[in-house]
Write a protein of this length. Structure first.
Ligand code: SAM
Length: 312
């Protein structure tokens, strides 16, 4: 199997070349059609529920992996005592609690997420934080109190909107004039070893017809121009977008293996096609053993750290 391209921005996509080549060499069909399981709405709901429950169950290793990436964006936000802050797509609430510590007893944090299972974990985590609360809703349309918040934050929670401009307009309206936003999101799949290393190892054993994981929703902001255009159209200014690379892991080998097989690009495939798990377990474990060290296996995360200010 080929290695991923050495140039991160190489125009030839890793998935199309490396992964699809492996499929054709092994006589698989080309992955031109999505797997169809029942009606589209049912499929979307069921898959979303499964993803939600999995992230709730694996919240500790998942949050361990994402923590340093979120901290990078949080330092750009620079939250202060007494501030009111939104945590968009707050998931299991680790960042909401951290923001709560920064704003103290005179500030407030509102974590918003569409998914009920993760919010149960978040509520438990924040039960002693009087100034952190959660709402289960779509941040694209939720009627936030206008002009109440000093800042909005997100760790990988802003790439899933059906209408990103409308969503960021809705978030901006919740901010005070000049209010800040900072978030971290993924660059391309091809640049993320967190995805490419397990996918390459598992590739020969994956089902023949798959959706292209590099165009999945988590990568919808993989191009900086799209982020800039979206924020600008939504009324943000002073937009700064920096590439940030960092090797991350979720703990020891077993923890990283379990997370990789249930969350992320390969995790989604295995979750939705459980029969491949016994086939990919060994090759993925070997790939992670090759990256093991004192902190457990570490793989590069390629992200954008974004900050901006509301114009009004
Ligand atoms: C990749 S997870 C990140 C969760 C959390 N921020 C963290 O870092 O642990 C993305 C989260 O965004 C949530 N989400 C997706 N679309 C959303 C929307 N329109 N409104 C609110 N939350 C949303 C998902 O339910 C999920 O919990």
């Amino acid at each position: 199997m080929r290695s991923p391209p050495s140039q991160p921005d190489a125009p030839v996509r890793f998935w199309r070349i490396a992964v699809m080549t492996a499929f054709t060499q092994r006589g698989h069909c080309l992955p031109v059609k999505p797997i169809v399981i029942g009606k589209m709405e049912e499929r979307t709901l069921n898959r979303a529920d499964l993803a939600d429950r999995t992230r709730a169950e694996l919240h500790a290793p998942y949050e361990r992996q994402l923590a340093p990436l979120g901290h990078r964006a949080m330092s750009e936000l620079s939250p202060n005592l007494g501030e009111y802050i939104l945590d968009i797509g707050c998931g299991t609430g680790q960042t909401s609690v951290e923001l709560g510590e920064k704003v103290g007893s005179t500030g407030e944090v509102l974590g918003i997420d569409v998914a009920p299972a993760v919010l149960e974990v978040a509520a438990e985590k924040a039960k002693s934080c009087a100034r952190v609360r959660f709402v289960q809703a779509d941040a694209q349309v939720y009627p936030f109190e206008p002009g109440l918040y000093d800042a909005a934050f997100s760790r990988f929670g802003v790439m899933f909107f059906t209408d990103p401009v409308a969503a960021f307009i809705n978030i901006r309206r919740a901010l005070k004039a000049g209010g800040r936003i900072a978030f971290v999101c993924w660059r391309s799949l091809e640049e993320n070893e967190l995805d490419t290393v397990p996918l390459q190892a598992a590739c020969p054993y994956l089902p023949p017809q798959l959706e292209d994981p590099s165009s999945a929703p988590p990568f919808s902001f993989s191009k900086a121009d799209k982020i800039r255009d979206t924020l600008s159209a939504a009324g943000f200014a002073g937009i700064e977008i920096s590439a940030h690379n960092e090797e991350v892991g979720s703990g020891d080998l077993d923890s990283m293996l379990e997370l990789t097989l249930r969350v992320g690009s390969l995790g989604k495939i295995v979750r939705e096609n459980p029969s491949v798990r016994p086939l990919v377990l060994r090759p993925v474990k070997e790939a992670l053993v090759a990256r093991d060290g004192p902190k457990g296996p570490q793989l590069n995360a390629a992200t954008w750290v974004v900050k901006a200010r509301s114009l009004t």
